[in-house]
Design a protein around this ligand. Structure first.
Ligand code: TYD
Length: 222
């Protein structure tokens, strides 16, 4: 059986990733390519516990190295439990964030640098790389505004507190944003950069086009 396709979505908090991953999953289902959808951090029982530890704003004083190591611990579990078995079974995997997030947030935002993250990836994830990465990068100001509004809403509705990253200052997000652009420039074959302030429909169209193209080159029908 041919190996499945591994597609990741990346972008800043508030880039519209969550909406787009749902639209893409529905688009794939209509083409009978029923995807496995997962997210990082989280997605497994262990990963959800790691996620709570990472995103709770009471987790103050997490050293950048701790944060980075927890992201990879979560990823190792997701690869073992979900991603690798699905790819081996020929399934298409859609993952909301992967190592590019660690490079952008911990490598860029927390200033650990890219090399450490790339080395960790090799150690923990081996040669597993996404076949395609869709990077949503609207302007920084739009992302920040949307992320703030969403957090207030989620906290009011569920009492869940996932604010820790959003409390970071703007300079942090600027570094994340710049690192994402750097990754896109370094790996143009893998990373499709979707930038500018587009509508939800326009972003979806660009995503669908990129995925359709990749499905054809990978020999999947659609
Ligand atoms: P999440 O609620 O999934 O945000 P979004 O819906 O915007 O994707 O929260 C994930 C947060 O964790 C987000 O702020 C980015 C951060 N993160 C890292 O800092 N490093 C990582 O490796 C990953 C996977 C996420």
């Amino acid at each position: 059986m041919p190996r499945g396709l591994f597609i990741t979505l990346e972008g800043l908090d508030g880039s519209g990733k969550t909406t787009q991953i749902k639209r893409l999953a529905a688009w794939l289902q209509r083409r009978s390519l029923d995807p496995i959808v997962t997210r990082q951090p989280g997605g497994t029982a262990t990963g959800d516990r790691i996620r709570a530890l990472l995103l709770d704003s009471r987790s103050t004083g997490l050293a950048p190295m701790t944060e980075m190591a927890l992201m990879f611990a979560d990823r190792a579990q997701a690869i073992a439990e979900i991603i690798e078995p699905a790819l081996v079974a020929g399934r298409l995997v859609l993952c909301d964030r992967f190592t590019d997030s660690t490079e952008a947030y911990q490598g860029g935002g927390r200033e650990l640098g890219s090399q450490l993250i790339l080395d960790m990836h090799r150690l923990i994830c081996g040669d597993l790389q996404p076949d395609l990465t869709l990077l949503l990068l609207p302007s920084l100001s739009i992302c920040l505004e949307r992320a703030r509004r969403r957090n207030v809403r989620v906290a009011a509705q569920t009492g869940k507190d996932e604010n820790r990253f959003e409390q970071e200052e703007e300079a942090f997000y600027q570094r994340v944003w710049r690192k994402y652009r750097e990754i896109a420039a370094r790996e143009p074959q893998r990373v499709v950069l979707i930038e500018g302030n587009l509508t939800i429909d326009e972003v979806h169209e660009q995503i669908a086009e990129a995925v359709a193209e990749r499905l054809i080159t990978a020999g999947h029908t659609h």
